[in-house]
Ligand binder design. Structure first.
Ligand SMILES: [Zn+2]
Length: 121
């Protein structure tokens, strides 16, 4: 848990990343490609990039495992096609709770992402 008064890290903790990896089965949510073996911070997509409240930014329900970086692969696609990404739940409008907005997974279909790092159809 982040401590009040300390600046938020610009990246999720290693523990949160592992939680998201496991939840998304080490695969890209969009194309189902395996991403776990070359996991890096760049592969974590923030659904609500400027989250309010800010402490929601690095929570599991706001994070999605995508292949590529901010400019390549599926991660790049999301940022290049925001209108479609919002419809599929890959992006969430600022101020909305990402836990209430389902995400479309290529394998598994629409899934609700829970705050505890699990997901359900
Ligand atoms: Zn992908």
């Amino acid at each position: 848990m982040p401590t009040k008064g300390q600046p938020m890290s610009s990246k999720p903790t290693a523990e949160t990343r592992r939680t998201v990896q496991r939840r998304d089965r080490y695969r890209c949510a969009m194309c189902d490609r395996e991403t776990g073996s070359h996991w890096s911070g760049d592969s974590i997509h923030h659904r609500e990039p400027r989250s309010h409240p800010f402490d929601r930014l690095h929570q599991p329900e706001n994070l999605l495992q995508l292949c590529g970086s901010g400019t390549t692969g599926c991660h790049g696609w999301v940022h290049a096609h925001p209108a479609r990404a919002y419809r599929l739940g890959y992006l969430v409008h600022t101020g909305k709770d990402p836990a209430t907005i389902p995400v479309y997974y290529r394998t598994g279909g629409w899934q609700q992402l829970n705050k505890d790092g699990t997901r359900h159809p």
